[in-house]
Design a protein around this ligand. Structure first.
Ligand SMILES: [Zn+2]
Length: 197
């Protein structure tokens, strides 16, 4: 019997770079080909809708809210049930304790195709741990850029803004335009002190 070749495809970049739109596009190709897909999103993200993933452009796709800790893999296994095209939106929010990276690697070794959207850096300019792990096991990586909100150059950073100024608060704040801005390397303001997350 022919063995299907699995793969891991990661779409990375800052906020507003179109990661979720690209993720939806890639999954839609399989749907048009008549294949079932399963799309998961972290259960911390409550913006827009509970059972959908929505891009900043307003494109939508049904999605299942998943736990992001130790109970994550068991939950996902119970939902994929023979589906072998699997998407994860905002994979950076999954905790290290979930071992989602090992699970995704196993999925690909078993002939599944896995798509992940992954925010590259946090607003301190630091890489997200799960993004690093997923990128290093990926077969294909799309590296997207946004448009710098200051100068219009390609943006690879995400700046958090409060009262019109760069903000380096510790809490994760989920939000869209207004709270976060894409910035190029020249316009991104780095934190001035070392902050331990
Ligand atoms: Zn700029």
């Amino acid at each position: 019997m022919e063995r299907k070749v699995g793969k891991i495809v990661t779409i990375t970049g800052p906020m507003f770079s179109g990661k979720t739109s690209r993720l939806i596009e890639l999954l839609e190709r399989h749907m048009r080909a008549g294949r079932d897909i399963a799309l998961f999103k972290p259960n911390i993200d409550s913006r827009y809708s509970d059972n959908e993933v929505t891009s900043h452009k307003g494109i939508k796709m049904n999605a299942i809210k998943s736990p992001i800790g130790k109970d994550s893999i068991k939950f996902i296994k119970s939902r994929i049930n023979g589906i072998n095209i699997i998407g994860f939106d905002e994979i950076q929010f999954w905790k290290e304790s979930s071992h989602i990276d090992d699970f995704i690697d196993d999925l690909a070794f078993s002939g599944n195709i896995v798509y992940c959207s992954a925010l590259n850096r946090d607003h301190f300019g630091k890489p997200f741990l799960m993004t690093k792990k997923i990128m290093s096991i990926s077969d294909e990586i799309y590296s997207l850029t946004a448009v710098c909100s200051k100068c219009g150059e390609d943006a690879t950073f995400t700046q958090r803004i409060k009262n019109g100024k760069p903000d380096f608060g510790n809490l994760i704040e989920i939000g869209g335009k207004g709270l976060y801005e894409p910035r190029c390397r020249n316009c991104y303001v780095k934190p001035t002190r070392i902050i331990h997350l």
